[in-house]
Design a protein around this ligand. Structure first.
Ligand code: ADP
Ligand code: MG
Length: 693
């Protein structure tokens, strides 16, 4: 290293060799996932201060915006105030100042007596006392000097590496590093898209002079992040479409009418539309990669069976896979119903299928005699050899994720259709599933009873029980759903086993109550379900287990207790279980919560029966959370962009990325070499982009 470190500095050098870092700090940086110099530049501030230089408490004057630094002397959470506030007294060597944060309950474990704090805000006179309300604040190390000019970035920090230290390290190398930042786009594009240069963006995000610079820097960096992600997806899609071959499966009018005759009803408009989309895909020698979305009961399975029968008509094999054995069995039963007296050979593979029996089933799959093979998602990992597998159908029910494509890649890749009952908001679909095609069934088949949903307080349960009793007397059946099998330790959450006892002993002694949960054996579960199906059990108490597709039209009541503990999508799924009959159904969501978000979520459930609408609401209320985690899409998590707030940028980046890949699929043109290098740096590990290199 030279003295100023600037001459030899590179973007991919370990952060340890930057000025002000050493082996110890490098380790702390590692905790922040900062390994190289460019990681450091992408360690974006989480906030920025533009504060005036600190003043002493004795110099405070009303209505001035000031910065104060001192030690917290005492704190108090005043929960009973309207609005409630968190109060701290800060002491510098000249006086004591009262500072309050309205609704600042979350500050209780951050701002504690003894910590050194810097606050910045407007001074107000309140009851003859000068105080600050809702100032910005920053906690600093005891021995950290408060610089004259306190403005600047605030970084995500660790116990051993404070935001001030990070700021110093970044600022030390910033000029040298940003100089090295390669540009992705030409000047004309930047101008047209209202984006600043990349090196400027990195400079401004870490060392802005004003809010405007921050905004411009953010816009550019967010755009880049979204653009790179979309480009990776576009390439992934391109590669599937151009380097993998599928067997074209054609549908003739004759095949079409033969398949339709199998269904004892007319397909809905939505089903027809989706079937057309799928048939177009199947006819190509490009592997289909399609997601079929639709509420529980909207008729997805029928569509999937249609696709399967197209493949069978083309003399190919189809695998249909479900997440659990129960569901696989249910699919099989369904299929049997439609395929009665047909010459299509089908089999169900279960875990219990062993020895000779198993061989007997596997042999005709190997020879190609068996056309449709139903099982769990483990189907593809087992010792099963297919003669000519051309289509894989995966029913994910309420879960979804990006799938490893069928790993039996020989010379051809099977077409793939994934079904999910989880409505994925369009916003998310565009990112996570950027390389999938999507078909949606919006309207369920006619003749369905409507589900009326009510959100009630536990104190109204007795009334609800009487209402339910009347329905049970009228030979209807009910589900009772709980978040847990057994009580939590302090017993404040109702649980299935205890409530099963309560309901059967105290509430509905005259009816037969059954219990179903995940810790029961497969055969016990099957037995309970059969009895419920046959109407021998009137009320089924369970955990979310019933979420996974049970078809019992006579069950028209569902009580979900501790409803605020479930996700909205999950509640909607659960409720879908009672939308299966022609008579009206009732869903009672029971919860007691003061949490505003929880309340508005449950109110949405009362208001809307549209899964997509509910999902969009949930996304707005709770953020993408799990849905957008890297586990879902296999790409690194985003560092600065947020697909909800940055929707417009996302749309723009998506369009630009797909256009780019259309023109220069492997980004081999000299103009695109920086984009390509960055993609490899970012995604090589997590995407099959390696062969772009
Ligand atoms: P999903 O897989 O989306 O949950 P299914 O395909 O299992 O939905 O269909 C749910 C129920 O609706 C089944 O009982 C099925 O027979 C029935 N069904 C499907 N399509 C139609 C239709 N077009 N008209 C009437 N009933 C239908
Ligand atoms: Mg289904």
């Amino acid at each position: 290293m030279t003295d100023n470190g600037l001459n030899s500095i590179t973007l991919d050098m370990p952060v340890q060799f930057l000025k002000g870092v050493g082996p110890a700090r490098a380790q702390s940086f590692e905790k922040l996932e900062v390994k190289t110099a460019s990681d450091l530049l992408e360690h974006y501030p989480r906030d920025w201060f533009f504060a005036p230089p600190p003043v002493k408490i004795e110099q405070l004057k009303p209505n001035h915006t000031v910065t104060l630094a001192g030690f917290v002397e005492s704190t108090d959470w005043q929960a009973w105030r309207r609005p409630p506030y968190f109060e701290a007294y800060v002491n510098d060597d000249t006086g004591l100042c009262r500072i309050i944060w309205f609704n600042g309950r979350y500050l209780q474990d951050k701002i504690t007596p003894g910590v050194k704090i810097v606050v910045w805000g407007k001074v107000a006179l309140y009851k003859h006392q000068l105080q600050l309300s809702n100032p910005k604040f920053m906690i600093v190390e005891d021995d950290e000097l408060i610089p004259d000019n306190f403005s600047g970035p605030v970084y995500p920090a660790t116990a051993n590496l404070s935001t001030g230290q990070i700021k110093k390290i970044v600022h030390e190398s910033l000029d040298g590093l940003t100089e090295l930042m390669p540009e992705f786009y030409d000047a004309a594009f930047l101008k047209k898209s209202n984006l600043i240069e990349r090196k400027k963006a990195f400079h401004w995000i870490h060392k802005p002079l004003d809010q405007q610079q921050i905004d411009k820097a953010k816009r550019r960096l967010k755009y880049d992040e979204l653009f790179l992600m979309q480009t990776a997806l576009a390439i992934r899609r391109y590669k599937v479409r151009h380097f993998e071959k599928a067997q074209p499966l054609t549908r003739t009018d004759q095949i079409d009418s033969r398949i339709r005759k199998r269904f004892p009803f007319l397909l809905t408009e939505d089903q027809d539309k989706v079937i057309d989309e799928i048939s177009v895909d199947l006819a190509k020698d490009i592997p289909m990669n399609r997601l079929l979305q639709g509420d529980v009961g909207s008729g997805k399975t029928v569509v999937a069976l249609y696709a399967a029968l197209v493949a069978v008509a083309n003399k190919k094999q189809v695998a249909i896979m479900a997440p659990t054995e129960i569901l696989a069995a249910q699919h099989f039963t369904n299929i049997e119903r439609y395929l009665k007296n047909s010459s299509v050979n089908r089999c169900l593979i279960t875990g219990g299928l062993n020895g000779e029996k198993r061989k007997e089933v596997l042999e005709p799959i190997k020879t190609g005699q068996t056309n449709i093979i139903v099982g769990t998602v483990a189907l593809l990992q087992q010792d099963i050899q297919f003669a000519d597998l051309a289509l894989v159908i995966i029913d994910e029910q309420h879960k979804f994720g990006v799938h490893q494509r069928a790993s039996l890649r020989k010379d051809t890749t099977p077409h793939c259709l994934v079904m999910t009952a989880t409505p994925i908001p369009r916003t998310l679909a565009m990112t996570v599933f950027g390389d999938l095609d999507i078909s949606i069934i919006r309207h369920s088949p006619p003749g369905r009873g409507e589900v009326q949903t009510r959100y009630i307080h536990p104190k109204d349960l007795p009334k609800a029980y009487e209402f339910i009793r009347e329905r049970l007397k009228a030979k209807k059946q009910a589900f009772f759903v709980y978040p847990r099998i057994v009580d939590s330790e302090n017993g404040d959450v109702k649980a299935a086993i205890a409530e099963y006892k309560n309901l059967s002993k105290n509430i509905f002694p005259e009816f037969s109550i059954g219990l179903l949960h995940g810790q029961m054996s497969g055969s016990d579960k099957q037995k309970i379900m059969d009895e419920f199906r046959k109407g021998k059990i009137h009320c089924l108490v369970s955990t979310v287990l019933i979420e996974v597709g049970i078809d019992i039209p006579n069950a028209t009541i569902m009580v979900i207790e501790e409803a605020d503990m479930f996700g909205l999508a999950q509640l909607h799924q659960l409720r879908g279980r009672i939308a299966r009959s022609t008579s009206k159904s009732y869903c009672l969501l029971v919860a007691q919560t003061e949490n505003e978000t929880a309340n508005s979520r449950l109110e949405i459930m009362e208001r809307s029966n549209d899964g997509f609408e509910i999902a969009e609401h949930d996304l707005k209320l709770r953020g993408p959370g799990e849905l957008l985690s890297s586990r879902q899409h296999g790409l690194p998590d985003m560092k600065i962009a947020n697909i909800i707030d940055d929707m417009d940028l996302l749309k723009m980046a998506r369009k630009d990325a797909f256009e780019l890949v259309e023109k220069d699929p492997m980004l081999t043109s000299a103009n695109h070499k920086n984009i390509r290098a960055e993609l490899i740096r970012k995604f090589a590990g997590s995407l099959t982009l390696v062969d772009v290199a």
